[in-house]
Design a protein around this ligand. Structure first.
Ligand SMILES: [Fe+2]
Length: 419
C-alpha cells in the first residue's frame, strides 16, 4: 500500500499561512526592537523567527530532502533552543548578544527554508505519514513561538523609557462584569486527555480516568477590580495568604502589584501592547505568578482549579474567544451575560491551575530529538489552560497543557477561582 502523501494531510497553503503570520507579527517592529533580549526568559524576535525556521531545516529538510544544503552551518549553534541530541547551542540568556546574523540574513534564511519546504511538501520522500506529522508539529511549534514573540516583545517595549506601543489601542468596550457566579460540576470518574485524530501534543495523552470530588468554578476570570480589593486589603503584605516560596519571592522582588502595573498620580497604570494605559477594573487581571494566583484564591476563600477540573469544565465550550485573531492582544472584559456556564475559558488569559506539570499515566516520549519537545520539562512547573489573547486561532484545545514555573509572570497569565 502506498503511504499517504504529505500533501494529503498538510496543504502547502497551511504551511504558507503560518509562516506569513509570523512575519506579519514581526512587521510592526524595528530591526533594533527585534534584536533585544530584555531579560533571560525573553528571546529576541529575530531569534524566534530564525529558531522556528531552524526546526524545519533540522528535523525535516536535512534528513528528508535529497540534495538539501543548509543555509549556514553555524545557524545550528545560534538557533537550537534546547535539543541536547542535536548539539551545542547559544545559552538561552545570551540570545540577545547575537547582533549577527542580521534581520535581513534571517529573512533570507526563512526564504531559503520555505523554498525547500515547498519542494518537500510537493515531492516528499521517505515515510510520508511521519513527515506529515512532523510538518504539522513544526507548524504548531511556530504558532507557539508566535505567542511567545508577542509576550516577549511586550516585555522588551516595557523596558523602553518611551513606552512604545506595538500597535494602537483598538476600540475596547469596558463594562462592569458583576460578581462571579459559581458553576457546579458533579464529581466522579471522568475521562481526561486528548481523544481523536487531529493534531495534539504528546503531553495531552494518553486519555485516562481521573476521580474528582464535586466542584464549582467561577463563571469568569478574576478582574483588576477584584485584584485592587485584594491589594487594598493588604494582600501583598499579609504572609498568611502566601505559600512560603511565594512570600520569599514577593519579599525578595518587592512585588506589590501584578507585573507591568505602576503607580501614577491618577492611579495604577499598566504597560500593554497598546502602550501605558490606566488599569481598567473591569478587565481580567493579567501577568500574575502562580504564587500570586494562589494567594489571591486563599484570600478570597477559594482555591485554584486542578487542571482536570478545568478541562472537565471546558469540555463543551466552543474553541473561540479573544485569541490573537481578534487583534486586540489584551484581555477583554467578559463579553457575554452570565448564563450558568463558565465564560472566558478560551482566550484572554492562560489560567493557572493547581496541577503540577506531570506525565499522564502511560505517557512515553517519542524516539529521537522530538522526544525532547515536552516530556523533559515535566518538573517544577504548573499547568495553565485555555490559551490567551496572543494564541493563534486553531492552536487551542480543551486538553491543551501549557506550563510555566511558579514565579513566571511575563506571559499572559490570569486566574479563575474554584472551590
Ligand atoms: Fe522552540
Amino acid at each position: 500500500m502506498t503511504p499517504p502523501h504529505v500533501r494529503d494531510s498538510v496543504e502547502l497553503s497551511d504551511y504558507q499561512a503560518v509562516r506569513d503570520d509570523t512575519e506579519r507579527l514581526a512587521a510592526p517592529l524595528s530591526a533594533e526592537d527585534q534584536m533585544i533580549q530584555s531579560m533571560p526568559d525573553v528571546s529576541p524576535t529575530k531569534w524566534h523567527r530564525a529558531h522556528i525556521t531552524w526546526f524545519f531545516e533540522t528535523f525535516l529538510l536535512v534528513p528528508n530532502l535529497p540534495g538539501y544544503e543548509v543555509f549556514d552551518a553555524e545557524f545550528g549553534y545560534f538557533f537550537n533552543s534546547y535539543y541536547e541530541t542535536v548539539g551545542e547551542r547559544q545559552p538561552r540568556h545570551e540570545r540577545g548578544f547575537l547582533s549577527r546574523p542580521s534581520n535581513d540574513q534571517v529573512t533570507a534564511y526563512r526564504a531559503h527554508v520555505d523554498e525547500a519546504m515547498v519542494r518537500l511538501i510537493d515531492t516528499g520522500v521517505g515515510d510520508r505519514r511521519d513527515l506529515a506529522d512532523l510538518v504539522r508539529l513544526g507548524l504548531h511549534h511556530e504558532q507557539q513561538h508566535q505567542e511567545l514573540l508577542l509576550m516577549d516583545i511586550k516585555h522588551v517595549l516595557s523596558k523602553n523609557a518611551f513606552r512604545p506601543a506595538y500597535h494602537p489601542r483598538p476600540d475596547m468596550a469596558s463594562t462592569p462584569p458583576g460578581p462571579h457566579n459559581w458553576v457546579e460540576f458533579d464529581g466522579g470518574l471522568i475521562d481526561i486527555g486528548y481523544e481523536g485524530n487531529d493534531f495534539h501534543f504528546d503531553n495531552e495523552g494518553p486519555r485516562h480516568s481521573v476521580y474528582m470530588q464535586p466542584f464549582e468554578v467561577a463563571d469568569r476570570l478574576v478582574t483588576c477590580g477584584d485584584w485592587l480589593q485584594f491589594m487594598a486589603d493588604g494582600g501583598y503584605h499579609e504572609p498568611i495568604h502566601w505559600l512560603s516560596e511565594g512570600w520569599a519571592t514577593i519579599t525578595r522582588e518587592n512585588w506589590d502589584a501584578p507585573m507591568y502595573w505602576e503607580p501614577s498620580e491618577t492611579g495604577w497604570m499598566v504597560q500593554t501592547l497598546h502602550g501605558l494605559q490606566p488599569v481598567d477594573p473591569n478587565e481580567p487581571v493579567a501577568h500574575i505568578s502562580y504564587y500570586e494566583a494562589d494567594a489571591y484564591a486563599r484570600w478570597a476563600g477559594a482555591r485554584l482549579p486542578t487542571e482536570f477540573e478545568w478541562e472537565h469544565a471546558a469540555v463543551d465550550v466552543e474553541l473561540t474567544g479573544n485569541l490573537a485573531s481578534s487583534s486586540v492582544l489584551h484581555p477583554l472584559t467578559v463579553q457575554s451575560p452570565s448564563n450558568g456556564t463558565p465564560r472566558q475559558m478560551i482566550g484572554d488569559l492562560w489560567e493557572w491551575t493547581s496541577s503540577s506539570y506531570a506525565p499522564y499515566p502511560g505517557f512515553e516520549t517519542a524516539p529521537g530529538a522530538v522526544g525532547e519537545y515536552n516530556g523533559k520539562f515535566m518538573v517544577n512547573q504548573y499547568v495553565l489552560r485555555g490559551g490567551c489573547c496572543a494564541t493563534p486561532p486553531g492552536h487551542i484545545r480543551a486538553t491543551y497543557r501549557n506550563f510555566f514555573p511558579a514565579h513566571s509572570r511575563w506571559m499572559f497569565s490570569g486566574l479563575r477561582l474554584a472551590r
